[in-house]
Design a protein around this ligand. Structure first.
Ligand code: EPU
Length: 315
């Protein structure tokens, strides 16, 4: 159901300049494609966020938290309900030194991974170098258990604080969350309607003290590798498919199928790393989705392997 007048008025009265209607998601995603969000709100503080979620749930309006918009593909028809940007209200990093268990960082969901990695490097804390160059935020990266073969968010998370759909706060230990390959499941006793998920507010991350110089050197090597092997500056959403079970990565399979450089409209399979689809300029969400389908069916025909998207397709 489209947002009604009462909802629009409440959002305008409550959030003033921090709400926009019919906001093109191409402005808020790294792919630079996608139709409009009915409403996009950027709450200034945690209190505003709680009020918004509570109100949306009470009125049966769907909402979706947005991190850096770096792992989503928004369909052309856009997003119903409210997109909530978390970067201004959940942006702090605090180091809690607990001598018995070792150092621990508490990071807000809206903190960019790049900032988190820099913080850890400066403090001489090891455990996050795998995340270097991943363009997401703390919340988004935990939600999809982002990572590389060297590690993933589930490896460092100790606990998370959640905002539940009805507005209550809940602290959840890692043992209650289920982390698997590029996936995190909510605690088994969590019930919610589709489109009204809990929101990760902040996470405690366990790290290890390490030699600053060594960490920095490793970080430089990782970043150099990424820049050499991935289309670093292109408009994309990172790897588009999960790596399937078996010996060959999605990138290898797509490459072997001869699809590098394959293009539909302005969407192109990267010539540098075949598991990236890039927007060469004016690609639409349909161009990208059609290319995803083409890649998937070609790889299936050749190798009988079903590729599954890593990027979340919404709208
Ligand atoms: N390869 C090819 N052709 C290609 C791309 C890769 O033959 O076009 C080969 C490589 O030579 C290598 C193998 O495929 O032998 C694996 O490639 P790579 O090391 O690039 O790793 P990946 O499995 O493709 C994963 C993550 C990346 C992460 C890199 C870091 C997934 C789906 N992807 O890629 O994450 O940056 O490791 O090593 O797990 C992302 O999540 O968005 C992402 C890019």
């Amino acid at each position: 159901m489209p947002l009604d007048t009462t909802t629009r008025e409440w959002l305008t009265d409550t959030f003033a300049d921090d709400v926009r209607f019919e906001e093109p998601m191409s402005q808020h995603t790294s792919f630079r494609v996608g139709g409009p969000a009915e409403a996009l709100v950027r709450p200034k503080g945690k209190g505003d966020l709680v009020r918004l979620v509570q109100w949306a749930t009470e009125h049966g309006i769907g909402y979706m938290p947005l991190g850096a918009g770096s792992n989503i593909l928004v369909r052309q028809k856009g997003i119903r309900g409210i997109v909530i940007m978390l970067d201004s209200c959940l942006a702090s990093i605090v180091e809690n030194k607990t001598p018995s268990d070792g150092p621990c960082i508490t990071a807000g969901a809206g903190v960019k991974l790049a900032g988190l990695c820099t913080f850890a490097l400066k403090q001489g804390l090891e455990g996050l170098n795998f995340a270097l160059g991943i363009p997401g935020t703390v919340g988004g990266s935990i939600r999809v258990n982002a990572g590389t073969p060297d590690g993933c968010m589930g490896d460092v998370v100790v606990s998370v604080n959640l905002l539940m759909p009805e507005g209550s706060l809940r602290s959840v230990e890692k043992t209650e969350l289920v982390f698997s390959y590029r996936k995190m499941d909510w605690p088994s006793d969590t019930a919610f309607e589709p489109g009204c998920e809990p929101i990760i507010l902040e996470a405690a991350l366990r790290l290890k003290p390490a030699d600053r110089h060594g960490l920095k050197k490793e970080a430089e090597q990782i970043m150099q590798q990424r820049k050499n092997h991935q289309p670093w500056t292109a408009k994309s959403a990172g790897c588009i498919f999960k790596n399937p079970a078996g010996e060959r990565s999605a990138g290898q399979l797509i490459d072997m199928a001869g699809l590098k450089g394959k293009r539909i409209g302005d969407a192109e399979v990267s010539t540098l790393h075949a598991n990236f689809i890039i927007n060469k300029g004016r690609a639409t969400a349909d161009d990208v989705l059609n290319l995803v389908d083409l890649v998937r069916s070609t790889v299936f025909q050749r190798y009988q392997i079903e590729l599954e998207t890593e990027v979340r397709i919404v709208g």
